[in-house]
Ligand binder design. Sequence first.
Ligand code: TYD
Length: 153
Amino acid sequence: MEIVNPLIRRSTLDNVKIIDFPKILDPRGNLSFLEENASVPFKIERTYWIYDVPGGEIRGSHAFKNNCELIVALSGSFDVCLNDGFSERKIPLNRSYYGLYVPEMLWRKLENFSTNSLALVLSSTVYDENDYIRDYDHFLTLKANKNGSNRSV
Ligand code: TYD
């Protein structure tokens, strides 16, 4: 039997936020940075990045039961599509000096990658396939939204 903290069902699109990083402007080239306690609202357990995405490809299309993420467009641009079981939102990312905080239990996919785009993802958990929800109907069930009126993004 699957054990999911009932609190995580409450993650909604209202819990998603853009986090601005410090920006050191310099004629030699700008510099931004992030620090766990200052910019990242969780302990960073893992970092991964997505690159060399062929035009038109989509990454993601799943939710995490526990893992939270901070997604940064280090280079180029892409869209993050989020769904909390009730509504959807598409957030374009195209600057390296801010990131998108995505709490657990939101359906998410990354799409519309530009040429040479680089998506950096900071994660609150180590990789665990058991933390993935890859079936959208199952996601809706866990969100206690079984009316079937929502579309997968
Ligand atoms: P996945 O997260 O499923 O990517 P997507 O949702 O875009 O399809 O990851 C793809 C593969 O990479 C999967 O087989 C597991 C592996 N992987 C790791 O081993 N470690 C990681 O931290 C991540 C994110 C993926």
